[in-house]
Design a binder for this molecule. Structure first.
Ligand code: WT7
Length: 654
């Protein structure tokens, strides 16, 4: 494949050819501006409703929204059955690619319908009814998606827990949501090795003691490795699902029927169970997937590399693509398994046309070198996407050049677990993109960058420092979170109190405007870190560290990192005479403790044993200064420090 390299440009407009065939045109912005609610009503008509809605939005009890009031639908019917009824049953829904090479299968919409019906019947037999919660703790196997859709079909909520999370993280989520059933696998493949997974479920449930809500654990046989078993409680998927009937009539549920819970990190140690509902969520997931990814369901092969344990997997592997009748690749493994060619081989083999990934992975590919990509025919790609953190312009250009033949549009999509679907992103046939900017709010969405008092910032000027401010969403949107599970006060406090007077949603991100009024998201401004696109709170890691008997105090900050965006840096004070371990051994033990308490993804890059932590006179740890230390900068203003000498001690300890 030949590549022509062009000089970096300020902006990249879509080609005439791309624009001419694009799903989204400028007209879409105009329609949304004319009548926002009418616009969303039209987007909701993308779905099949059993009972039409009578009102688009009820915002009378803000911030508790109701979208598509009076409407009734079944989410799984919309994602599966209606495509079969439309005559597309033979279309491949999922090209599933296992981690072991040659372990692959393709599932048509008709086959998916049979599987989802079987699973819904099996869950019903286990006593699952509408409103119940079901935990899904699984690697990227087709059954995970089937389980999610089966819950949706029954009006039960799924709570997917990333299979990289530890038993204690799973336990906390089972406990908070009171999940009746846990769906899992015997094990999972990690870099060619079959490793156990089910024992973590046993651990999690055992730790719940008397208050254990889990009645059944449904286990998919993925690796065939030996699995501990609790008779009566544990059931093999292939024994109860495979034998269930493929006939299942879906009930229609209210548009506001809860669809799922997804836990995410906030500024405290306790993860928040973000609640999403049905009609509004599916409308926006479907709408954004159609327009932002320019999906042509008859010809595109779409691939989102996320895991279903995160919101990206929910909205852009399950609900968006399937509601649109897409054909997609779902890959179980890591990009370097068995070697660095894997993603490129998959693109080549399946003729992937749309590829959606995270900046951290693009930077990993950059590190491996472009020769790896250039060894493959990637000419099927026509659109690229990015999500999870700001993409640095250099990575953006590399991505476009090496994956996109220096020709494809790139859609940088800003959104959050809480927003449910993309909010700020280009329309690929319309927007001239600036590398590193997610550009503007999508049609129907409204976002602003404001100062402390809520005044909107001015677009940037050609020269000088651009001021930065807070990113807010000043109008409700269909896929917005409906609350935090069991904690309406925290919901109001976290998102709606900062600009309560104006009634705006506070996203927790800093941002600035560019010259043309485009939005540059700068990253979190709260105590939430973004490590390889994963959201981890400083408080969670701190609480895991102080959970170790040898630690007296801990402070955690996110420091910028070339490959992962941010990296976790911890400062700990050890208890005197606790152990005979050297500091190096202690640090290793603490890293293992964090992996055990949360997940290996939360392991600090560095842990510094220090004699003291920098505190204000009121006792608050000054993380800003710790960030300066972690990033090797000159210290900022230290005037409010209780003991300015503390840094000499910290520096000496490093
Ligand atoms: C936070 C949300 C959206 C699904 C994956 C992450 C950051 C996300 C972008 C982007 C700049 C981004 C923000 C946001 N973020 N996408 N395109 N440009 N920043 O979901 O775990 O809820 O994290 O990720 O800081 O607040 P999440």
């Amino acid at each position: 494949m030949t590549q022509t390299y062009s000089e970096p440009r300020a902006s990249y407009a879509p080609s005439d050819d791309f624009a001419a065939q694009a799903n989204g045109t400028v007209e879409l912005y105009r329609q949304a501006e004319d009548d926002r609610l009418e616009f969303w009503s039209q987007q909701a008509d993308r779905l099949a409703w059993a009972t039409p809605f009578t009102e688009v939005l009820d915002w009378s009890n803000a911030p508790f929204a109701k979208w598509f009031v009076g409407g009734r639908l079944n989410v799984a019917y919309n994602c599966v059955d209606r495509h079969v009824e439309a005559g597309n049953g033979d279309r491949v829904a999922i090209h599933w690619v296992g981690e072991p090479v040659d372990d692959a299968r393709s599932i048509t919409y008709a086959e998916l319908q049979d599987e989802v019906c079987r699973a819904a019947n099996a869950l019903t037999d286990l006593g699952v009814v509408a409103g119940d919660r079901v935990a899904i703790y699984m690697p990227m196997v087709p059954e995970a998606i089937v389980a999610m859709l089966a819950c949706a079909r029954l009006g039960a909520m799924h709570s997917v827990v990333f299979a990289g999370f530890s038993a204690s993280a799973l336990r906390a989520r089972i406990e908070d949501a009171q999940t009746k059933v846990v769906v899992t696998t015997d094990g999972q493949y990690r870099r060619g090795q079959a490793v156990p997974l089910k024992p973590a479920v046993d651990d999690a449930v055992a730790g719940l003691g008397e208050t254990n809500p889990v009645e059944h654990v449904l286990v998919v046989r993925r690796t065939g490795i030996d699995t501990p078993w609790t008779e009566g409680r544990d059931l093999w998927w292939d024994e109860v699902v495979d034998s269930a009937s493929t006939e299942h009539t879906p009930d229609a549920f209210d548009a506001e029927q809860p669809l799922f819970l997804l836990y995410t990190s906030g500024t405290t140690g306790k993860p928040k169970g973000i609640v999403h509902t049905s009609g509004g969520y599916l409308t926006q997931a479907s709408y954004t997937h159609h327009y932002v990814f320019d999906l042509k369901p008859e010809r595109d092969v779409y691939w989102c590399t996320a895991d279903i344990g995160w919101v990206t997997g929910h909205s852009y592997i399950v609900y968006g693509p399937l509601s649109n009748g897409a054909t997609q690749v779902v890959y179980e493994g890591t990009p370097a398994s068995p070697d660095e060619h894997r993603h490129f081989q998959i693109i080549e083999k399946y003729g992937v046309t749309i590829y959606y990934t995270a900046p951290t992975l693009v930077r990993t590919f950059m590190k491996w070198g472009r020769e790896i990509a250039f060894a493959h025919d990637l000419s099927s790609l026509r659109l690229l996407g990015s999500v999870g953190e700001p993409i640095n312009p250099e990575a953006w250009r590399w991505y476009r050049l090496v994956f996109g033949g220096d020709a494809t549009p790139i859609v940088d999509t800003w959104w959050q677990t809480e927003t449910g679907a993309a909010m700020i992103a280009p329309l690929p046939g319309v927007t001239a993109c600036k590398p590193g900017s997610a550009m503007g709010a999508l049609p129907g969405i409204s976002a602003k960058i404001v100062d402390d008092d809520g005044n909107q910032l001015e677009p940037g000027t050609e020269h000088g420092e651009q001021p930065s401010g807070y990113l807010v969403l000043d109008k409700p949107w269909p896929a917005m979170l409906r609350g935090i599970w069991g904690d309406p006060e925290r919901f109001k406090e976290t998102y709606w109190s900062r600009f309560a007077e104006q009634g705006w949603y506070f996203a927790g991100d800093g941002a600035r405007y560019g010259h043309d009024g485009e939005i540059w998201v700068l990253g979190r401004i709260d105590d939430v870190m973004n490590v390889s696109g994963h959201r981890i709170s400083t408080a969670e890691v701190e609480s895991a560290l102080v959970g170790h008997a040898g630690v007296a105090e801990a402070a955690v900050v996110g420091a910028s990192d070339e490959s992962t965006g941010q990296a976790i840096c911890a400062f700990v004070i050890l208890k005197a005479h606790h152990t005979d371990l050297s500091h190096e051994q202690m640090v290793e033990e603490l890293r293992a403790e964090v992996a055990k308490e949360i997940s290996p993804i939360a392991k600090p890059r560095e842990i510094h044993v220090v004699p003291e932590l920098p505190k204000t006179r009121s006792g608050k740890i000054m993380r800003r200064l710790l960030r300066d230390v972690a990033e090797g900068r000159e210290l900022g203003d230290t005037s409010t420090l209780m003991d300015p000498g503390v840094f000499e001690a910290i520096r000496a300890a490093r």
